[in-house]
Design a protein around this ligand. Structure first.
Ligand code: KIV
Ligand code: ZN
Length: 512
């Protein structure tokens, strides 16, 4: 097992500060609970003095969360620290996180303070915070553009004043992995009491190196990573939690680190954040983008269908997805096309498959993505003809909220009319059961959906059913202005596919 890294999530503080990412109280609480399920070690819940809303959300999160530390940010000012403590004191495990800028640029132009005054302020405010709380994190804002000798002196004194965590942020996303490693190493060597504190890093992504910088810092002895979900944060954002964690898990062979994150909660957490903020991640975003586990090119699809590890370095399941995605488009090959047909319940002869694939390629040249509906239209519109073995003649249902639904269905099979009745959990279930009796084979309803395809009172309803028979899935669609009739049509179209396949198999057996 590798060195244990603590994951400090600042989605609700640094992340929430970024344009378009603000959240209300309920949303922040929902997000905090999800971060708890994800098993982050520390949740930075906000900047308590920033507004009344921030104060209340830090306080409510502190009251709600039980399994993570809860931190509030505070400048090195008594009033900030008072607010931070008043909000986080309800937490099972509270932390005050105080910061001051330490680079020459910031001290001169922003703080207008002399380096020695910055040290004095930092020391006195860590002591002030320590009266409230044992766990104090001190951050040297713009750390990577600060003088390492000065930082070492400052850290030595704040550790003596009671800081338990020392954070060295790359506030403007300026450093590189090698430089950051050397910088932190130098500070460690020059800070005699550094072993009494935990070292943390906090990287912004202005040059796209936030995750690489974070991981490089670990080699220099850092044990806390600050990051956000989906990498949201000021300007180009912060180091993305999901990328850091999956790098650690996937490259165990060379990254000797370990964290307690439940990676199967990653997708859910990312989606929740996007839903709450309305800020969607780019499709090609590592780990959580919609294309991160999607394959379109024929060569890749073929490879993945044969053996996933050909093009997947981690499994979709490990981040909480149920499966990977095969996008059918102009780059897809016959192998993936055939797989999709099978999953839709079509088994084509070699000749039919070749014809259907040609039509698919023609369509894919015109359309970016070819959906299941398009494929069904190709197959049923001329490639294969599914005979209507069973046709609906009539149905009667009796349903209501105080009676058990019953249905009587009459189907035509060749010249014969067969009638059956059944009860069910609602009228749709009753008609499906009646049909199953007529057909006389075991059918399992796997999925059923209904939506309107036109508008108005006489809207057409489209029903889609998925039924399985002997482990294979068959899909059917049906249209009607009557939703029960649409459902029967959908069910029968799937049943007719099964009947067609059974009769083809019978023929094959007779031939051989
Ligand atoms: O980027 C930064 O320096 C910060 C500090 C307040 C930790 O967000
Ligand atoms: Zn930051």
């Amino acid at each position: 097992m590798g060195k244990r890294i603590k994951i400090f999530d600042t989605t609700l503080r640094d992340g929430e500060q970024s344009p378009g990412c603000s959240m209300n109280l309920q949303e922040k609480i929902q997000m905090a609970k999800q971060l708890e399920l994800l098993k982050v070690d520390i949740i930075e819940a906000g900047f308590a003095i920033a507004s009344e809303g921030d104060f209340i959300s830090v306080r409510e999160i502190a009251k709600t969360i039980k399994d993570c530390k809860v931190a509030s940010l505070a400048r090195t000012l008594p009033k900030d620290i008072d607010y931070a403590w008043d909000a986080v004191k309800y937490a099972a495990s509270p932390r005050i996180h105080t910061f001051i800028a330490t680079s020459d640029i910031h001290m001169k132009h922003k703080l207008k303070m002399k380096p020695q005054d910055v040290i004095e302020r930092a020391v006195s405010m860590v002591k002030y915070a320590k009266k409230y709380c044992t766990d104090i994190e001190f951050s040297a804002e713009d750390g990577t553009r600060s003088d390492p000798e000065f930082l070492a002196e400052l850290f030595e004194q704040v550790i003596n004043a009671g800081a338990t965590v020392i954070n060295i942020p790359d506030t403007v996303g300026y450093t590189t992995p090698e430089e950051y490693y050397d910088f932190i190493t130098k500070i460690r060597e020059r800070t005699s009491n550094i072993h009494r504190a935990e070292i943390s890093v906090h990287c912004h992504n202005d040059l796209g190196m936030a995750v690489a910088n974070t991981l490089a810092a670990a080699r220099a002895g850092v044990t806390q990573f600050e990051c956000t979900i989906n990498g949201i944060g000021e300007r180009a954002g912060n180091a993305a939690l999901e990328e850091i964690v999956m790098a650690i898990k996937t490259r165990k062979d060379i990254i000797d680190l370990d964290c307690h994150i439940d990676t199967t909660q990653i997708m859910r957490t990312s989606k929740l954040l996007s839903t709450i903020t309305g800020v969607h991640v780019q499709p090609n975003k590592a780990i959580v983008g919609s294309n991160a586990f999607a394959h379109e090119s024929g060569i890749h699809q073929h490879g993945v269908l044969e053996e996933r590890s050909t093009y997947e370095i981690m499994t979709p399941e490990s981040v909480g997805l149920t499966t990977n995605k095969m996008i059918l488009g102009k780059h897809s090959g016959k192998h993936a096309f055939k797989e999709r047909l099978n999953s839709l319940g079509y088994t084509l002869t070699e000749e039919e498959l070749t014809k259907a694939f040609k039509k698919f390629k023609e369509l894919a040249d015109k359309k970016k993505v070819v959906y299941n509906r398009d494929i069904e239209a190709i197959v049923t519109g001329g490639i294969i003809h599914i005979p209507e073995t069973y046709e609906l003649k009539s149905f009667v249902i009796n349903s209501g909220n105080v009676i058990t639904s019953t249905a009587s269905v009459a189907l035509k099979r060749r010249e014969e009319i067969i009638e059956e009745a059944s009860t069910g959990d609602g009228p749709v279930d009753a008609v499906f059961k009646a049909i199953e009796r007529i057909v006389g084979i075991n059918l399992v309803l796997e999925d059923y959906g209904l939506h309107s395809v036109t508008e108005g009172k006489d809207a057409q309803g489209e029903a889609v059913v998925k039924i399985s028979h002997q482990g294979k899935m068959y899909r059917g669609r049906g249209l009607s202005t009557d939703i029960i009739e649409a459902s029967i049509n959908a069910y029968l179209s799937a049943v007719n596919k099964i009947a067609d396949e059974i009769s083809r198999m019978d023929k094959d057996e007779k031939i051989s």
